[in-house]
Design a protein around this ligand. Structure first.
Ligand code: B12
Length: 257
C-alpha cells in the first residue's frame, strides 16, 4: 500500500495519541536501515546474538525484517520524574515495567486497528534488538519526535529526554513525519555529562561500558516492592534503572503528561 496523499499519516498519528501516546510519528524503513545506530552496532553489538556477518543481519533468532515492511510508526510515552515506577523492572510485570506494559497494549490495539481501518499489515516490534526489535531512538529521530542529544538520548521539545519508545513496522509506503529542526544542546553546558555517577561521558561522548556498570549494579540491587505500586497483585523483586543523565537535561523540565 502507498500513501494516498490524503493525510493517512495524520490519521495514524492521531489514533496513536488517542490510544495514549504522548508523541507519535512515522519514518521510512529504508532510512532506518542506514541510520547511525545500525552502522555502529554492526561493529560493536551490545548483544552477542547479533550477527553482522550473516547474509541478512537483521535476522535474529529466526525473526527477520520483511521486504514488505516499508514504514515504522514510533511513539513515546512520557515518563516524568513524578512517576518513577513506570520504569522499574520486575519479572512479574507483563512487559517487565509498568510503562512497557502500557505500550505493549497500545501496540496490539494499533496493529489491529491498522488492519481493520486501512488493510495495512503491521508487526508489533519487540523491545529487544536481538529478538527483531529496531533502534527506537533513530526511528524517533527520523519520525521527528525529537533529536539525539549529547546525552545519547532522544530529546523531545515537549518532554525532554523523559520518554520511553515503542514501534510498529507497517507494510505501507507512508510519508515520513520528520526529522525535526531542533537543536537543544547548542550552547548547553551539558549537565547530563556531569550527572553520570560512572563518568560515562568523561571522553566527551557516551561510553556504553561505563553506563552498563551502573545499570548492572542496579540490576543486582533488587528491592521488594508492593504489588500496588507495580500494578500487580503481589509484591515482587524490582530493579530501578539509572536516570541521572535523563533527569539532568534542562529541556522541558517540569513537563508532566
Ligand atoms: C541496549 C540498550 C541499553 C544498554 C546499552 C546502551 C547503549 N546506548 O548502547 C544500557 C543498559 C547500558 C542502556 C542504558 C540506558 N538506556 Co537504554 N536501551 C537499549 C536498547 C534496548 C538498544 C540501544 C542500542 O543498543 N542502541 C545502539 C547503539 C549503537 O546506539 P546508541 O549508543 O544507543 O546511540 C546511538 C544513536 O544515538 C546514534 N546517533 C548519534 N547521533 C545521531 C544522530 C542521528 C541523526 C541519528 C539518527 C542517530 C544518531 O549513534 C549513537 C551511538 O553513538 C534501547 C531500546 C531500543 N530497542 O532501541 C534502549 C533505550 C535506548 N534506552 C533507554 C533509556 C532510557 C536508557 C537509560 C536512561 C536507562 C534507563 N533508565 O532505562 C540509559 C541511558 C544511557 C544513555 N545515555 O544512552 C530509552 C531511551 C529513551 C530516550 N529518551 O532516548 C530506550 C529507547 C528504551 C525505551 N524504553 O524507550 N540501554
Amino acid at each position: 500500500m502507498k500513501s494516498d496523499g490524503n493525510g493517512i499519516e495524520k490519521t495514524i498519528v492521531a489514533k496513536t495519541k488517542e490510544l495514549g501516546a504522548s508523541l507519535a510519528g512515522i519514518a521510512r524503513i529504508e532510512d532506518l536501515r542506514v541510520s547511525k545506530s545500525y552502522e555502529i552496532y554492526a561493529k560493536s553489538p551490545f548483544y552477542e546474538q547479533y550477527d553482522p556477518k550473516s547474509p541478512n543481519y537483521f535476522k535474529f533468532k529466526g525473526v527477520k525484517w520483511r521486504e514488505e515492511h516499508k514504514s515504522v510508526l514510533v511513539w513515546a510515552l512520557s515518563h516524568p520524574a513524578s512517576d518513577p515506577a513506570l520504569d522499574w523492572w520486575s519479572m512479574k510485570v507483563p512487559g517487565f515495567t509498568p510503562g512497557n506494559g502500557v505500550m505493549r497494549l497500545q501496540s496490539k490495539k494499533l496493529r489491529i486497528w491498522l488492519g481493520e481501518e486501512f488493510g495495512i499489515n503491521a508487526y508489533s516490534l519487540p523491545y529487544q534488538i536481538e529478538f527483531g526489535g529496531a533502534f527506537l531512538k533513530d526511528s524517533a529521530h527520523l519520525a521527528g519526535l525529537g533529536v539525539i542529544g549529547r546525552n545519547n538520548l532522544l530529546v523531545t521539545p515537549e518532554f525532554g529526554t523523559r520518554v520511553r519508545l515503542r514501534g510498529i513496522f507497517m507494510e505501507a509506503e507512508l510519508e515520513p513525519t520528520g526529522p525535526l529542526d531542533f537543536d537543544p544542546c547548542k550552547g548547553c553546558d551539558r549537565p547530563c555529562h556531569q550527572a553520570c555517577p560512572r563518568g560515562a561521558f568523561r571522553s566527551g561522548v557516551f561510553e556504553r561500558v561505563l553506563c552498563k556498570k551502573e545499570n548492572d549494579k542496579r540490576d543486582a540491587d533488587v528491592e521488594i516492592v508492593d504489588g500496588s505500586i507495580m500494578g500487580i497483585e503481589e509484591a515482587s523483586e524490582v530493579t530501578k534503572p539509572c536516570r541521572y543523565c535523563e533527569f539532568a537535561c534542562p529541556v522541558a523540565q517540569g513537563a508532566s503528561r
